[in-house]
Design a protein. Sequence first.
Length: 159
Amino acid sequence: MACGNLRIHAMDIEENSQFAETMATGIEDDSSEGGFVRALIIDDSKAMRSILGRMLRKLDFEVVEAANGREALEQLQGHGKIDLALVDWNMPEMNGYDFVRAVRAEHIYDGVLLMMVTTETEMENVVRALAAGANEYVMKPFTPEVILEKLQIFGMTGS
């Protein structure tokens, strides 16, 4: 199951400061909830964290970031309630799959929704992640509408 030849390269994104804003323009702020949803973005690419962060902030999410799974576990322990984690698969120190398994092993985090956002496109990996406890799976490259659709499935944004 391939995603085609289009790839987002972190270096290209970082060189083009307009790119993150362009990616976020497909998301309109239509949130009607009174409280903040706290999201943890876990990706070793600073550019990808920026893109996802802008999308979520436009929807009034509070955003916390981590560059790998180990750092993300520390953020979970130190930042109070996290409602949603967007998780890359391929990262140093602790990958996203191991992060999902570690989170699901601790019942205190049962309420955290886990969305894989990754270049891993093999169906075997999709199945592994979902079986380990991921709630949704998004393949890179993605559009803002795909992220918005997943958030709507979670009930985290207006329809």
